[in-house]
Design a protein. Structure first.
Length: 90
């Protein structure tokens, strides 16, 4: 677990490059490596209560921050109304 390999991150970067550049990256070939890494990670964390609590804390913090980034329905409606007002023919 101490090395810098992280196939999920590699696959995500390759997917984004494929999307932006329109060039096939064969990111799907990392699927087996991603499963192996996930299994090793899950095994290591499940055997260490401190690591498990830390991962759970990180997941909660990620969820909290993600919720902050999602605009409310009122904010979306106001932004849409502003867009309509700004793009109304004179």
């Amino acid at each position: 677990m101490g090395n810098a390999e992280h196939p999920q991150a590699s696959a995500a970067l390759l997917r984004q490059l494929e999307h932006v550049l329109g060039v096939p990256t064969r990111h799907g070939e990392l699927e087996e490596e991603m499963e192996r890494w996930r299994s090793l990670h899950d095994d290591a964390v499940s055997e260490d209560d401190r690591a498990l609590r830390y991962v759970q804390m990180l997941e909660l913090e990620f969820d909290r921050r993600a919720e902050e980034l999602i605009p409310s329905g009122d904010d979306l409606a106001a932004e849409f109304q502003k867009f309509l007002d700004d793009n109304r023919p004179d």
